[in-house]
Design a protein around this ligand. Structure first.
Ligand SMILES: Cc1ncc(COP(=O)(O)O)c(C=O)c1O
Length: 397
C-alpha cells in the first residue's frame, strides 16, 4: 500500500490491509515463511544483497517476509515510519536500550513499570554502565529534577502496570527533547487501537506482542516502532545479537492484529462494568481503572486514549491473605501472570510480576500486598461478575 494512502486510513483498516506481499501463488492471507535462509541466484547477487545493493531476503535472524508483514502493519497502525519485531516484549526493551544508548548514558524511568523492566534497567544495564533513576510517573517536577547532562532516554508505560496511572506524553516529550533525550513509551496496555504515543511526541513505542496483539495467549513477541533513523541501531542489534522474532509467532500475531480493534472494544466495555461494580464492594479498598470518573488523571485519559483499556486493579481490605483467598475462589478468571488474553486473568503483583523488586520499592510504587490485577477478557461480563461475587461471598463464609 502506498504511503499516502495508508496515512488516510484508520488503524482498524491498517491492521488488516497493510503489509501484504503476495507470492506468485496470489494467496489472499499472508503466507508463513518457515525458512531460516533464502537462496541467491548467483554469487554476485549474494554479495549485492549483503551490501544492500539489491533487495531480497538473506537470513531469518534479520529478514523474513512474514516478519516484515507484521512490522509494516504495526508501523502503519502506530503512525510510525518503521518497526522492528523482537522475540518478546523484554527483547524489545533490551533492544531499544542497546540500540540507542552507550556506557555512561543515563535513563530516567517511571517507577511504575513492569517488574522485569525494572530488573533489566537496574540489574542488567546497570552492570554495563547505563544508570537509571526512577521517578513517580505523574510528577513532572521529579522527572525534571532527575535529568542529568548524560540523560539520553525517558522511559515509561502509560497506563502503568498494575496501578493504571497515566503519564502526560506531551509534557514528557517536551522535557525529553529539551534535553536531547528520547521519549520511549511501552504501549502494551493500550495497543495502537487505543493510543498512539508518537502522535503526542514520543520517539519510540514498544510492544509486548505477547499481550493484546496475539490476544489469545499463544506466542511471545515484541516490537519497536519509530523513525527509520532511530530504528537503525535497534535493527542492527536484532541482527547482531539475535533478539529476533520467530516467523511462526509473527504469523500468529499478524492474524491477531486483524481482530485487535474489535477485541479491544469488548475488553474495555467489560472492564468498565467490572470496575464500577468493584467500587461498590465493601471488601474493596480502592479500584484503579482509567475509565473511572475519579481517576486522578481522567483528563489525560480522555486526551491520550480512545478508550480506557481492559486492565484494572483493586486493593482488598485484609492484605495478602484476603487477596490470595479471593483469587483461589475464582473459577473463571485464570490465575496467571499474562494479560491481554481472550481469557480473563487475575494476578497478585506483589508475589509474582513485581516480586523481584524490593518491598521498599514496591511500597513506594504503591503496590500493596492486598492489590490484585485483572486483565478482563472476552467472556460474557455477567459470568465474570458472578465469578467475582461468589469469591467475595466465600470470603465471609
Ligand atoms: C507492560 C509490559 N511491558 C513488557 C512486558 C514484557 O513482555 P514479554 O513477556 O513479551 O517479554 C510485559 C509483560 O507482562 C508488560 O506487562
Amino acid at each position: 500500500m502506498k504511503e499516502k494512502e495508508s496515512s488516510r486510513l484508520h488503524p482498524e483498516t491498517l491492521a488488516i490491509r497493510t503489509g501484504i506481499h503476495r507470492t506468485q501463488e496470489q494467496e489472499h492471507s499472508e503466507a508463513l515463511f518457515l525458512t531460516s535462509s533464502f537462496v541467491f541466484d548467483s554469487a554476485e547477487e549474494a554479495a549485492d544483497r549483503f551490501a544492500g545493493r539489491a533487495p531480497g531476503n538473506i537470513y531469518a535472524r534479520f529478514t523474513n517476509p512474514t516478519l516484515r508483514a507484521l512490522e509494516e502493519r504495526l508501523a502503519a497502525m502506530e503512525g510510525a515510519e518503521d518497526c522492528v519485531a523482537t522475540a518478546s516484549g523484554m527483547a524489545a526493551c533490551l533492544t531499544v536500550c542497546m540500540g540507542t544508548l552507550q556506557a555512561g548514558d543515563h535513563i530516567v524511568a517511571s517507577r511504575s513499570l513492569f517488574g522485569t523492566t525494572v530488573q533489566l534497567l537496574q540489574k542488567i544495564l546497570g552492570r554495563f554502565g547505563v544508570e537509571t533513576s526512577f521517578v513517580p510517573l505523574t510528577d513532572l517536577d521529579a522527572w525534571r529534577a532527575a535529568l542529568r547532562p548524560s540523560t539520553r532516554m525517558l522511559f515509561l508505560e502509560t497506563p502503568s502496570n498494575p496501578l493504571t496511572e497515566v503519564g502526560d506524553l506531551t509534557a514528557l516529550a517536551e522535557l525529553a527533547h529539551g534535553h536531547d533525550a528520547l521519549l520511549v513509551v511501552d504501549n502494551c496496555f493500550c495497543t495502537p487501537i487505543l493510543q498512539q504515543p508518537l502522535a503526542f511526541g514520543a520517539d519510540l513505542v514498544l510492544h509486548s506482542n505477547t499481550k493484546y496483539i496475539d490476544g489469545q495467549g499463544r506466542t511471545l513477541g515484541g516490537a519497536i516502532c519509530g523513525s527509520k533513523a532511530l530504528l537503525e541501531g535497534p535493527r542492527n542489534f536484532v541482527r547482531t545479537a539475535g533478539t529476533s522474532l520467530s516467523p511462526f509467532n509473527a504469523w500468529v500475531q499478524c492474524k491477531g492484529l486483524e481482530t485487535l480493534a474489535l477485541r479491544m472494544e469488548r475488553h474495555c466495555a467489560n472492564a468498565a462494568i467490572l470496575a464500577q461494580w468493584l467500587q461498590d464492594r465493601p471488601e474493596v479498598e480502592q479500584v484503579y481503572y482509567p475509565g473511572l470518573a475519579d481517576h486522578p488523571q481522567a483528563d489525560l485519559v480522555r486526551k491520550q486514549q480512545r478508550l480506557p483499556g481492559g486492565i484494572l486493579s483493586f486493593a482488598v481490605r485484609g492484605g495478602q491473605p484476603t487477596a490470595w483467598t479471593l483469587m483461589d475462589q475464582l473459577t473463571l478468571f485464570s490465575r496467571t501472570a499474562n494479560l491481554g488474553d481472550a481469557k480473563s486473568t487475575i494476578t497478585h503483583p506483589a508475589s509474582t510480576t513485581h516480586s523481584r523488586i524490593s518491598p521498599e520499592e514496591r511500597a513506594a510504587a504503591g503496590i500493596g500486598d492486598g492489590l490484585l490485577r485483572l486483565s478482563v477478557g472476552l467472556e460474557h461480563v455477567e459470568d465474570l461478575r458472578a465469578d467475582l461475587e461468589n469469591a467475595f461471598c466465600a470470603l465471609s463464609a
